[in-house]
Each structure stands twice: as structure tokens, then as C-alpha cells.
Design a protein around this ligand. Sequence first.
Ligand SMILES: C[S@@+](CC[C@H](N)C(=O)[O-])C[C@H]1O[C@@H](n2cnc3c(N)ncnc32)[C@H](O)[C@@H]1O
Length: 160
Amino acid sequence: MRELGRRSLGTRTLPLRNVAPVLPGAAQVVGVDPSPVMRRMAVRRCAGAVAAGRVDVRSGRATDTGAPGGSFDHVVSVNNVLFWGDIAGGIAELHRVLRDGGRAVVAFHSGTGPSRRARRVGLPEDVAVRLHVAMAAVFGDATRHDLTHLVAFSAVRGAR
Ligand SMILES: C[S@@+](CC[C@H](N)C(=O)[O-])C[C@H]1O[C@@H](n2cnc3c(N)ncnc32)[C@H](O)[C@@H]1O
């Protein structure tokens, strides 16, 4: 995460746990969330970086981020793919906003040793498979990472 590049997009900002760790390596981080409540929480949590112009929290959805094409070095989604409504549409949007060589990471509670909570609210395997297939179809390839507490899928734009 600390290798994240100059401009990163997070499609979920709730406590900004996926954004705050990348701040040291990123010149600018944009967080997108449709919920005004969650956006307010995110702005409070990263108040210093927001004031410095390094974090921008915007209204948007995974399927419609409102960002220009090719404008991000990295895109990260944590624990929100189940809310997208349209997985293929969300993946197409992440691909669209990435520059060539940019990487997308989509992660969700799950993993090889999930917590009790993750077992309750974790990513159903059929959704994980659909997500992997959609990502591989749009990006040309996608890698599944089964970690202890989460499952993540990563893909690089233009890697085919
Ligand atoms: C379960 S919460 C995320 C929890 C947080 N990621 C964590 O790990 O603690 C899901 C988040 O996704 C946001 N969300 C809902 N629909 C979305 C969409 N279509 N695109 C992007 N984010 C969405 C919600 O507003 C909420 O902030």
C-alpha cells in the first residue's frame, strides 16, 4: 500500500482505513462514497490532509465515480463491492479511470482465517468468483489473493 503512486482513488471512504495508509506515498488521494454521512466521517478523519489539498472526498459510486478517464495511478475498494449493484459496471469504471499501467485492488472481508465478523458478513464465494471473472474480462488478467482476514483481487490496466 505504501508503494501507491501519485494519484489514488478509493471507492469507499468509511473510516478511510484504505486511504489513510497510502497518504505517505501518494501526492493526492480521492475518496468516493455516495453517503453524505460517510463522507463527513472521512473528511473529519483526514482533516489535516483535506486542508492540505492531499485528500479530496467526493460524492460518487463505484459505477460512476465522476472522475476523468485515465486520471489515477491506483484504485482501491475495500468492503464495498457488495453494494455496487453492478459488478461488471463497477469494474469497467475502475478500469476507465486508471492510467495505463495503473493497478486496481478490490478487497472484502473473508480470507483463510476470517474473524467471526468476517464469517458473518464476508464476501460470498459466488460473488468472489463473479468479481474475479469480471475483472479478468475487463483487464485481460486478474489475480486473487486469499489473505488471512480478507480476499483481494488485483489487476493492472494494459497488462494483457
Ligand atoms: C460496509 S461500508 C464499508 C466499511 C468499511 N470499508 C470498513 O471496512 O469498515 C460500505 C461503504 O460503501 C459505501 N457504498 C455504498 N454503495 C456504494 C457504491 N455503489 N459505490 C461505492 N461505495 C458505496 C457505503 O456508503 C459505505 O461507506
